[in-house]
Write a new protein. Structure first.
Lengths: 481, 497
């Protein structure tokens, strides 16, 4: 158990997360208005979204499918009957004066999610529930000195709220949880997890207690919109709560906001100001009833999910658990790897994908922005594997591939970069080096083993890097005996 | 009889016959009704008359008659309760907050009306947001009942009932052949009874609620107010049916309701629920109920005494559920996107002023009650309990329907009363709905049929309650009462037309 040391002893951190994930769907949860990102304000609003008199919600089947498949991806119970309720509160960007959500009867019940931590440990985090709800609109406060403008494009867009059990014990676990959840939803295609566009947002519930004691009073940090901020806000909030308690105070149950520029949290509203949402079943919508068949159909449509894929990668490609984790976090990268690893050494391909290729990906901002295809990376690994070029040469070839988008064979041919693997030519090079460095040869022979690397380097340089490194090593050893 | 009053006393059925024979045109028929609307302006039945639209629709209708392409309700001048959104025609729901609201869309039931050839003479007055039983809560003023007490020398001073009071007065005052109303707790049947009309509450889910300004979504249904049972069947036929835009709309077969009017109820079993015999109910109503029983017996029906034990909880249950839903449904009138807006320095001030100015007293009262019963700490004691009672009330009916085909009760515990009576006592006003709210709570169809008169010649109604989606049977029973009671003939004598 990870504990935090305070002045008066150690503390256990208890965290539960509520993740709001925007469902991938062409239309909103209860209307036919489109949901694309970046449209002109109020260009994607139906009369239903704007809550005009007499307008009625009609449930979008795609959103139900997405929620069920996400539930299945979290190994959760699917509730065949669920109920939409109204959450009532007044706000300028909430057109109906209520949000349609699910409360007592969510579409998805208890499930679990496995997270991998940096030390290679894994941990199961319980999922309490997943429910469907509408998003609200957006208030624009910066358009006019004393008026607020409203953009309803987002109003009515479908969200899944995924609530975890308070099983999370550190910022790292919280980060791993959000990343894993995002990965599963991306695999399923139910949420693209783009936190900058706001389509994945977290509410973080935090409390501290003495190890094994009763749960402490929690604070909720609202609307945190990146994995890094989730971790930072926990770090800050844990320290704050420990300091308050250790200096004799007590934690007030409240809702707080995270300030990313300061890295701190501050009170948004206290328990006394909490809304009474007056939930009640929405009389405009009948209870949602699903059949076993429908759930089975959704299950059949599920792709291979990260945990399964990871297990297969370890077996099929002989990869260490860490590599398999890294490669399966994103479906696109996993697919890329599988193509790059075709008929070559899986570990060697993994090294390339995780090393040079990932570096290039980070630099250019995405897998599809890198000029190197999986097929050409596969060809490069093949060239190394069959001894045509050395690993060292491959690094140069890869840089060329990145710049020109050419395949490795043509780069190798054009530049005459074929590895020298004939004994006689390498022996000739070695002899020259040894003659030029007779003093060092003598030192080596008198026991200074470290100089071996020097001779390798000199010879490789003389071959313009083309000498087969393994052969060079063997021959050099013989000559120096 | 003048041509004018001849045209205005037609029914949908008789007008259709004359139109088909070419004896009259739709334009003539419409002009006569528009003229009558002007003459009866003091009844305040309409919030927004639409004469130009009506005449334009009438011209198109006449073309269809000439081409022998007339539809079910072709050329029929209809009044539409101002609760149904009508594209490009102001729709107020009787409220200041929607005083200038012009919907850019057409409601489900009015869309069906127009596609069946009907035409709109205007939007009828109503209690604000359909909350009321006397049509005295409208921002646009009270509506007057065209009926007067025997020997009365004063101008009309009786309430038409509510909330569809304008719709009832418009038909009773011969300003349109029929009208559309809505019924949440009795808002079609009670004004129908007060104005000597036939009023049908269809089974919940039978008519689309799309584009109908919501009062209490789980109870609201659209329905017809007409002069005869046959007209009720025709107009109901023209608005009923599944609508995918309303998730509570029922995808069930739509029978031909006119064909259901056989007049033959031999062997049918009619239940008489003892709980509807209220203490202090006027004797005349008791007597009318017994007359109804006798007429049905004479027609060959079997009368069965039944019990609906949870009836006494219906009114309190209704006055929890309906305001609860209303408090949430009316939250959208916030001055942000449409309707009345009062400026305020802060958001909350804008809300408070807008809603404070925009809503009338009764609406505010119900929003407060609804907010209260849904609030934390009271929810289980009120709302959840009311839902449980609602289930028991429906179970009562369904159990009785194992033994009987329909039920007969009075429509209201009293006839139309004077404007100004019961004004300061909401509870006694709410009692008007004692016989009708049960039907909405159970989601059943109910028909109010004019069947007799008080001693001072005010109309009284009987109610027939049916099984789910069995409107055909209650319309048929209604046609028997209509005939046996001789109401239409007597009414003609009393009113001199």
């Amino acid at each position: 158990m990870k504990l935090v040391e305070g002045k008066t002893g150690s503390w256990e951190v208890v965290i539960g997360l509520e993740v709001h994930a925007q469902i991938i769907s062409n239309t909103k949860l209860f209307s036919g208005a489109p949901t694309g990102f970046g449209a002109e304000p109020n260009a994607q609003v139906s009369f239903v979204d704007a809550a005009f008199p007499g307008m009625l919600p009609v449930l979008n089947r795609v959103c139900v499918e997405q929620a069920v498949r996400t539930g299945l991806g979290l190994n959760a119970e699917i509730n065949l009957t669920s109920v939409f309720e109204r959450k009532n509160y007044f706000y300028q960007d909430l057109p109906a004066g209520y949000q349609i959500s699910q409360y007592l009867h969510p579409i998805v019940g208890k499930g679990q999610l496995k997270i991998e931590l940096a030390d290679g440990e894994t941990k199961m985090i319980g999922i309490t529930r997943l429910h469907l709800e509408q998003d609200a609109g957006k208030s624009l406060h910066d358009q006019h000195p004393n008026r607020t403008y409203i953009d309803l494009n987002r109003a009515g867009v479908a969200l899944m709220e995924i609530v975890s059990e308070p099983d999370i014990r550190s910022p790292e676990e919280a980060g791993a949880y959000v990343r894993k959840l995002r990965s599963i939803m991306r695999y399923i295609g139910s949420c693209d997890g783009n936190m900058e566009q706001g389509n994945l947002r977290c509410d973080v519930n935090i409390s501290v207690r003495r190890p094994g004691a009763e749960l402490g009073t929690r604070c909720e940090i609202k609307n945190v919109n990146s994995v890094r901020f989730v971790m930072q806000s926990i770090d800050y909030e844990v320290q704050r709560q420990i300091e308050v308690i250790e200096s004799g105070g007590s934690i007030a149950q409240e809702t707080r906001l995270f300030d990313p520029t300061l890295g701190t949290t501050r009170t948004m509203r206290t328990k006394e100001d909490a809304h009474d949402y007056r939930y009640f079943p929405d009389p405009d919508l009948l209870p949602l009833r699903l059949t076993e068949d429908f759930v089975a159909q959704q299950k059949a449509k599920l792709p291979e999910l990260p945990d399964q894929k990871k297990e297969r990668f370890v077996k099929q490609y002989n990869l260490p658990s860490y590599d398999a984790d890294f490669l399966t976090a994103e479906r696109e990268l996993a697919n890329f790897y599988e193509e790059a690893a075709k008929d070559v050494d899986g570990k060697l391909a993994a090294n390339w994908v995780m090393g040079d290729f990932s570096a290039a990906m980070n630099k250019s901002g995405g897998l599809d922005k890198v000029q190197v295809t999986a097929k050409s990376l596969n060809a490069l690994v093949k060239l190394i594997g069959n001894g045509t070029i050395s690993g060292r040469m491959a690094k140069d070839v890869f840089i060329d591939m990145l710049e020109t988008g050419k395949d490795p064979e043509s780069i190798v041919n054009e530049k005459g970069m074929v590895q020298v693997s004939d004994t006689a030519s390498i022996e000739k090079l070695i002899d020259d080096v040894l003659v030029q460095n007779q003093d060092k040869v003598a030192e080596y022979r008198s026991g200074k083993d470290k100089l071996f690397g020097f001779f390798v380097g000199q010879t490789m340089k003389a071959s313009q890097g083309k000498a087969n490194p393994q052969l060079l090593n063997e021959l050099l050893l013989k000559k120096l005996q | 009889m003048s041509k004018q009053s001849e045209l205005c006393t037609l029914t949908i059925a008789s007008a259709k016959e004359k139109l088909l024979k070419g004896e009259i045109t739709s334009v003539e028929l419409t002009e006569a009704h528009l003229k009558q609307m002007d003459a009866q302006k003091h009844l305040n039945a309409f919030i927004t008359p639409t004469p130009e639209l009506a005449l334009q629709q009438a011209k198109e209708s006449d073309k269809r008659y000439q081409k022998n392409e007339a539809k079910l309700l072709d050329g029929m001048p209809i009044g539409v309760k101002d609760l149904f959104c009508t594209k490009d025609t102001r729709t107020t729901a009787g409220s200041h907050i929607l005083e200038n609201f012009v919907p850019p869309y057409e409601s489900g039931v009015t869309s069906k009306l127009w596609s069946n050839g009907a035409l709109m003479v205007g939007k009828t007055n109503m209690d604000e947001f359909a909350m009321g039983s006397a049509n005295i809560t409208s921002y646009f003023g009270s509506v007057k009942n065209p009926w007067r007490k025997k020997g009365s020398n004063t101008p009309e001073n009786l309430v038409p009932g509510g909330s569809s009071g304008g719709s009832a007065a418009a038909v009773a005052g011969n300003m349109c052949l029929a009208s559309l109303g809505s019924d949440t707790g009795g808002s079609i049947r009670q004004p129908a009874a007060f104005c000597g009309l036939v009023g049908l509450l269809p089974t919940y889910g039978r008519c689309s609620r799309y584009g109908m300004v919501a009062f209490a979504s789980s109870l609201d249904q659209a329905g017809p107010l007409t002069k005869t049972v046959e007209d009720a069947a025709l107009l109901f036929q023209g608005i009923a049916g599944f609508d995918p835009k309303d998730s509570t709309s029922a995808d069930v077969p739509l029978p031909n309701f006119q064909k259901a009017l056989t007049g033959n109820i031999k062997g049918m079993r009619i239940g008489i629920p003892k709980e509807y015999r209220l203490d202090g109910m006027p004797q005349r109503i008791e007597k009318l109920w017994q007359e109804g029983i006798d007429w049905l017996k004479d027609a060959g029906a079997e009368i069965v005494d039944v019990s609906l034990p949870h009836t006494k909880y219906a009114l309190p249950c209704y006055y929890i559920i309906a305001p609860a839903e209303a408090s949430s449904n009316l939250a959208r009138y916030d001055g942000v996107r449409f309707g009345h807006r009062a400026e305020g320095k802060t958001l909350n001030e804008m809300y408070a002023k807008t809603r404070g100015e925009g809503f009338g007293r009764e609406v505010k009262r119900r929003i407060l009650i609804g907010t209260y019963v849904l609030s934390s700490g009271y929810y289980d004691a009120y709302y959840v309990k009311a839902l449980r009672i609602r289930k028991l009330i429906r179970d009562d009916f369904m159990k009785v329907y194992e033994k009987v085909d329909a039920l007969l009760t009075p429509s209201t515990p009293n006839p139309a009363f004077e404007i100004g009576q019961k004004m300061d006592d909401p509870l006694s006003m709410y009692l008007n709905d004692a016989f009708t709210v049960t039907v909405n709570l159970a989601g059943l169809p109910g028909l109010s049929i004019p069947a007799g008169f008080t001693d001072d010649e005010l109309p009284l109604g009987l109610q027939i309650i049916g099984k789910p989606f069995d409107e055909g049977t209650i319309l048929n029973i209604g046609s028997v009462i209509e005939k046996s009671s001789g109401f239409l003939e007597k009414a003609r004598l009393i009113r001199g037309n």
